[in-house]
Design a protein around this ligand. Structure first.
Ligand SMILES: *[C@@H]1O[C@H](CO)[C@@H](O)[C@H](O)[C@H]1NC(C)=O
Ligand SMILES: *[C@@H]1O[C@H](CO)[C@@H](O)[C@H](O)[C@H]1NC(C)=O
Ligand SMILES: *[C@@H]1O[C@H](CO)[C@@H](O)[C@H](O)[C@H]1NC(C)=O
Ligand SMILES: *[C@@H]1O[C@H](CO)[C@@H](O)[C@H](O)[C@H]1NC(C)=O
Ligand SMILES: *[C@@H]1O[C@H](CO)[C@@H](O)[C@H](O)[C@H]1NC(C)=O
Ligand SMILES: *[C@@H]1O[C@H](CO)[C@@H](O)[C@H](O)[C@H]1NC(C)=O
Ligand SMILES: *[C@@H]1O[C@H](CO)[C@@H](O)[C@H](O)[C@H]1NC(C)=O
Length: 291
């Protein structure tokens, strides 16, 4: 059986390829005349120039309309979360358990609070936040009046926390059955507590379990108030030295010295009953003093 196809030698194939690259008979280069190649190239050059231009334009428009001082994505006005310090967790449950006669145990609690309060050091605050804020009023700042195109932030002094400031008592009460905890509400840009009605939010702690083990509790500052001058918050770029207002609570534990406590930040526009957001508007924790 003879093959019908004529076997071509390697040399012939190379010649064919050579013909394809440059065909002198009809003057085409890679199957097309140089003229056509110029048309095709200029078409693609124009195409990419236009695409690049459109891309650059859209990026430019986006950057131009975005306000760097305000987050782009903010889904509805959120309700702030609430946290407690010392932030001691046991299986995702906040359990502040300490042994008042074990130095290692109470040191752990007090150094957690010392560390947490470092930014609130009176000397530090009076250097960073020296604006004379008017307490009891929202601190609206439409303009960027502070140095370096920023807005003022009100100072929050550690000493405001009185007997829970760690200044007179560096153990924060953890060598006794009168421990201090510190409540902080997360910041939300442009959030106005009580919806702008001029009433300050405050912390209200209630004993959920073990009422007989808690003789009482005291708030610092008085009434657990978070002053209005810390609101609204304009964001980290506008207020780089902002510090959250804090409320400290000193509990007086008796009997079994164990209780489950809930601390809520009270304001008519702070939600606290969303079961999917357990830290929204409130924080629950166990407090136990061992001996
Ligand atoms: C608390 O600490 C003291 C001293 O270290 C120790 O004797 C005691 O057993 C501890 N109490 C508990 C409940 O662990
Ligand atoms: C605050 O800082 C100053 C200077 O750094 C320091 O001397 C002082 O002890 C600090 N105060 C507290 C309560 O830690
Ligand atoms: C705040 O008040 C003090 C004394 O009353 C004054 O020296 C200081 O300049 C004031 N600061 C501002 C930013 O107004
Ligand atoms: C702070 O503690 C001291 C000593 O326990 C007490 O005499 C004082 O009344 C407390 N201060 C406040 C504001 O509760
Ligand atoms: C807050 O105020 C706005 C406008 O002033 C009003 O539309 C809204 O219903 C108020 N919300 C609450 C919870 O009072
Ligand atoms: C604190 O919360 C408790 C329980 O919800 C409530 O009975 C009490 O009136 C509240 N206190 C204040 C000052 O809002
Ligand atoms: C704390 O609350 C009491 C009773 O409502 C009030 O008389 C007192 O002026 C409040 N103190 C402060 C500093 O707001």
């Amino acid at each position: 059986m003879a093959t019908l196809k004529e076997k071509r030698t390697c040399g012939q194939r190379c010649q064919d390829f050579g013909h394809f690259v440059w065909n002198s008979d009809d003057g085409t280069f890679m199957g097309r005349t140089p003229e056509k190649w110029v048309y095709i190239s200029s078409y693609y050059v124009a195409f990419y120039v236009v695409m690049t231009g459109l891309f650059a334009l859209s990026i430019y428009v986006l950057m131009y309309t975005v306000d760097p001082y305000y987050p782009v994505y903010q889904d509805r006005l959120k309700s702030p979360g609430v946290m407690v310090w010392p932030d001691m967790y046991n299986d995702e449950v906040l359990e502040i358990t300490y042994n008042m006669s074990d130095k290692h145990s109470w040191m752990k609690m007090s150094s957690c609070l010392q560390h947490f309060l470092e930014p609130y050091n009176d000397t530090k605050q009076s250097h960073c936040n020296y604006y004379n804020c008017t307490s009891g009023k929202y601190f609206f700042q439409p303009k960027f009046d502070a140095p370096k195109h920023t807005k003022w932030s009100c100072p929050f002094y550690q000493s405001t926390l009185g007997n829970c400031s760690g200044i007179e008592d560096s153990t924060f009460g953890y060598t006794t059955a009168q421990p201090c905890v510190i409540i902080k509400m997360n910041r939300i840009i442009n959030f106005l507590p009580n919806n702008g009605t001029g009433m300050a939010p405050y912390v209200n702690c209630t004993v959920l379990e073990g009422q007989e083990n808690v003789r009482g509790h005291v708030y610092y500052p008085e009434n657990g108030t978070m002053d209005l001058s810390y609101f609204p918050y304009y964001g980290n770029l506008a207020q780089p030295t902002y510090v959250n207002p804090l409320v400290a609570v000193k509990f007086d534990l008796i009997n079994q010295r164990h209780a489950k406590i809930q601390c809520r930040v009270m304001a008519n526009n702070i939600a606290y009953q969303n079961i999917y957001e357990p830290y929204e508007g409130k924080v629950d924790f166990h407090l136990t003093a061992l001996s």
